[in-house]
Design a protein around this ligand. Sequence first.
Ligand code: FAD
Length: 444
Amino acid sequence: MRIVVRGAVWFGLYIFLILFPLMVGAVFREPGGSPSILIDLAAALGYIGLALMAFELTLVSRVNGASSAFGLDALLQFHREIGIFAFLLVLAHPLVLLLSGLYPLIFILPLPTVPWPIWMGSLALGAVALLILLSVWRKRLKIRYEVWQLTHGLLAILLLVLASVHILSVGRYAHLPAVRLIWFIYFVIFVGLLLRYRLLKPLQLWGKPWRVIENRQELGNAHTLRLRPVDHGGFTFEPGQFGWINVGRTPFNLEQHPISFSSNGDIPSGDGEIAFTIKSLGDWSGKVVPAVKPGARVFVDGPYGVFSMDREQGPGYVLIGGGVGITPLHAMLLAMAEREDVRPVILFYGANTVDDLTFRDELEGLVQRMNLQVVIVLSQPPEGWTGETGYITGDVLRRHLPKQYKRFQYFICGPTPLMDGMEKALPELGVPADKIHTERFDMV
Ligand SMILES: Cc1cc2nc3c(=O)[nH]c(=O)nc-3n(C[C@H](O)[C@H](O)[C@H](O)COP(=O)(O)OP(=O)(O)OC[C@H]3O[C@@H](n4cnc5c(N)ncnc54)[C@H](O)[C@@H]3O)c2cc1C
């Protein structure tokens, strides 16, 4: 199925599932009308808000059809924005009820006289507020990613249980068997997805381990882990895609990281070998990864992602990389070289110093093998450097792009300022938006 059609089908299904409980409630409700239009509005807000939250997990639990149609980074962004939108809907729910004048203000206060189903609703609202706050301020509050991930999951389960109890006990259409059945099915879907994500998937990965055959120090304070499948065929991937790597004893621990494949995804040798190149940045990449020994067993979930030149054909390619953002671009170059693809490629590669240029020697080799021009841009150039200096900007691009550059496909991966700068500079140069493709390493 074409990717646009697949995307439209998934989105249509999503919207249908979000509105379905409300539609059934509205169709099957008893005649006689509602005491106030505001009560109906409040019910609609609550129903849509809860349905949106119930399906948040589908967006991020690596459901293959959805992630291959939209890309995991787009789904994560959607997950974040929809989460905030759903919070605003459920926040508006009690406010509209109060506005109707049919419910006293004390209902939203934590008093022992308030009926327990209302308490459940208030607690659910508190849980979702905390969940959003911790997500938006995770970095500012300096919460470790793994701690946040665990808290995020637990709060999500808590709020769905509390909100379901609230809706089923006092919800506007809660007495209707059809509505009860739908909420029950939604809850089962949520639990099923959770079990698939946290139990079934790790079990599958456990049966397909990988062995580290080399842990090589690279320029740019990075390490390349070369892996081979143990007693299974491994997988191929599109150049530019990524996988989740887990170097723990079992695939059940939370410490799994998204890393782009830096090797050629066509796996021509038939031994299934893949490679990840990881820059030392934090606890895991700086301490755990450098200490991984050859022979160690690791687990890889993949491939994922839509940042792939195989999906975007053009007469030529412009690759723009900063720092360790070179990894998916390196995989693309390797694939093109192996495929003897003669289309022109220009790589703009930004780094601080010459010694920060991960894959420097490999790139020199690739220049000999394919139609590749490499433009290095150094912010701290050595004495006598005659190349570009500073950062990759629109002016740097303009100096090196060939005449037909507007027809080329553009792939950008690097630190946020580079990505933001290029997303502004390329349209200014007249590159159409549908030819600009980005991968953000800081998507979570
Ligand atoms: C699609 C994609 C591809 C990537 N490819 C590469 C690559 O090829 N090479 C490379 O060096 N880096 C890559 N990264 C970045 C890499 O995932 C993070 O740098 C790494 O997880 C940092 O972990 P840490 O614990 O060492 O650092 P920390 O300092 O603890 O974390 C730094 C930031 O990394 C993110 N992060 C940390 N842990 C996780 C996790 N378990 N899952 C998701 N995000 C996390 C969080 O935003 C966190 O704030 C990629 C990221 C993405 C999203």
